[in-house]
Design a protein around this ligand. Structure first.
Ligand code: FES
Length: 217
């Protein structure tokens, strides 16, 4: 069972270039591609004709063409070209998903499009602030049920022991995690004041000694 009315990270923005990118979200096959102005599009990855993945086709301007018999779909998922046909049936369309580029990520809405509100994408403090840096990396595939990952990430109390050589240290042992429930979920956080920073942050410290406070999610 999945939570459909939510924003999910579909891909890193930088990973979507000039060829269709097949992805799978909540067990749905989706194809991403870019229009000529760079706008990213997400469509159901199955042609209505013989279900060939559209990701096996090619981008044609702002549209995508199926690689089997040449049906062409626009960003709304409507078939706009059907070679050798007199007319295009209204039902000849694939699902189109709301997609938003933010924080270097492509966010996809898996529920009803009418309920998609980009304002509800989680807020990242200090994003765009030139005095703050951004570190990046590749996606990590974890071979387990996704519920284990949500459980792990909502439970930062483990970092003092599991990640002692990186972003955990003894200070994490004695600072309780606060949990706040909201309409859309829960936030687990804690403030650690006047502590030594964990080993992974030390190279980035502009000074030595303790820091006044660290917010750790
Ligand atoms: S399967 Fe796509 S056009 Fe035939």
């Amino acid at each position: 069972m999945f939570l459909f009315d939510a924003w999910y990270v579909a891909a890193m923005d930088r990973d979507l270039a000039d060829v269709p990118l097949p992805i799978r979200v909540l067990n749905e096959r989706i194809v991403l591609y870019r229009q000529t102005d760079g706008t990213a599009v997400a469509l159901e990855n199955a042609c209505v004709h013989r279900k060939l993945p559209l990701s096996m086709g090619r981008i044609q301007g702002d549209d995508i063409e199926c690689g089997y018999h040449g049906l062409v779909y626009n960003a709304a998922g409507e078939c706009v070209r059907m070679p050798c046909a007199d007319r295009i049936p209204k039902k000849a369309r694939v699902r189109s998903y709301p997609l938003v580029s933010r924080y270097g990520l492509l966010w996809i809405w898996m529920g009803s499009a009418e309920r998609a509100d980009a304002a509800t994408i989680c807020h990242v403090e200090q994003w765009g602030n030139p005095s703050w840096g951004v570190t990046g990396g590749d996606a990590m595939t974890v071979d387990c049920n996704y519920l284990y990952m949500t459980d792990n990430l909502l439970d930062p109390s483990h970092v003092a022991w599991v990640h002692r050589s990186s972003f955990g240290n003894a200070a994490c042992e004695s600072t309780a995690v606060q949990v706040a429930a909201g309409e859309a979920g829960v936030i687990a956080s804690r403030w650690m004041r006047a502590v030594e920073v964990a080993p992974i942050y030390v190279p980035f410290m502009p000074f030595s000694g303790i820091v006044r406070s660290i917010a750790a999610l």
